[in-house]
Design a protein around this ligand. Structure first.
Ligand code: ATP
Length: 219
């Protein structure tokens, strides 16, 4: 679980359905952490995602897969607060609570992929995100770099920075488009591959593959 930090440091949260977690989640975020000097990335699996169809795996199966995927990787921790809630979890509310616990002084960031940025204007109170934290965007192949929503594009133009120092020194308020490795992996494709009995090696950790087999998931 998330604990209040006692040293001055830069933390990020990474929310998702993780149905299942895969290398497209893990590798870009590991590179991002190195680029920005993030001490820790807190994975925040959601229980009832408000913007998409409901997951195939149960919350506890998704949590187990995340635990297996990040075992022995000190960069990652897991926060189960959204998993434990049976109501739709709006990230803005979760971030508010985490910011209150963390205090106002230290930089806090929320990580998303490029595809999520394209639809950010559909998120509950999306413009308030930067009042709480920075937004870090990982590159993702096959998604347009151009935003179709003009309000969102203006918001990006206003708050985007390439200045890593600013992200480390300011507690919130900036958007960073990261130059992370492009991995053409999605959970949708992985589930489809399992449904069709296709190989998923190299797409997700071996321990997660073994768990999926053991639980007869995505059959
Ligand atoms: P699905 O295919 O079921 O929609 P997904 O693979 O997109 O799932 P999510 O759990 O929905 O995974 O994504 C959590 C976060 O990870 C989102 O912000 C998403 O943009 C990001 N993400 C997922 N896959 C990648 C990838 N290959 N590269 C960069 N970001 C990614």
């Amino acid at each position: 679980m998330y604990k209040k930090q006692t040293v001055s440091s830069f933390y990020a949260l990474f929310g998702g359905t993780f149905d299942p977690i895969h290398y497209g989640h893990l590798r870009p975020v590991e590179v991002l952490a190195q680029q920005l000097g993030l001490q820790q990335v807190i994975l925040l699996p959601n229980h009832v995602p408000p913007h998409r169809p409901q997951p195939e795996a149960s919350p506890w199966q998704r949590l187990k897969m995340i635990e297996l995927a990040v075992a022995n990787n000190p960069l990652f921790r897991i926060d189960t607060r959204e998993l434990q809630s049976s109501n739709p979890s709006y990230i803005i509310n979760t971030l508010k609570i985490i910011r209150q616990q963390q205090g106002l002084k230290f930089p806090l960031a929320f990580i998303i992929g490029q595809d999520s940025l394209l639809w950010l204007h559909k998120w509950h109170k999306w413009q308030s995100l930067l009042d709480i934290c920075h937004l870090l965007v990982c590159a993702r192949p096959s998604y347009n770099n151009k935003l179709i929503n003009t309000e969102l594009q203006q918001w990006l133009n206003t708050y985007q920075t390439d200045n890593i120092k600013k992200l480390n020194q300011q507690p919130k308020g900036y958007i960073y488009l990261a130059n992370t490795p492009l991995l053409d992996i999605s959970a949708t494709d992985i589930r489809r591959r399992y449904h069709q009995n296709q190989c998923c090696d190299y797409l997700l950790p071996h321990s997660v593959q073994q768990y999926i087999k053991l639980q007869n998931l995505y059959c």
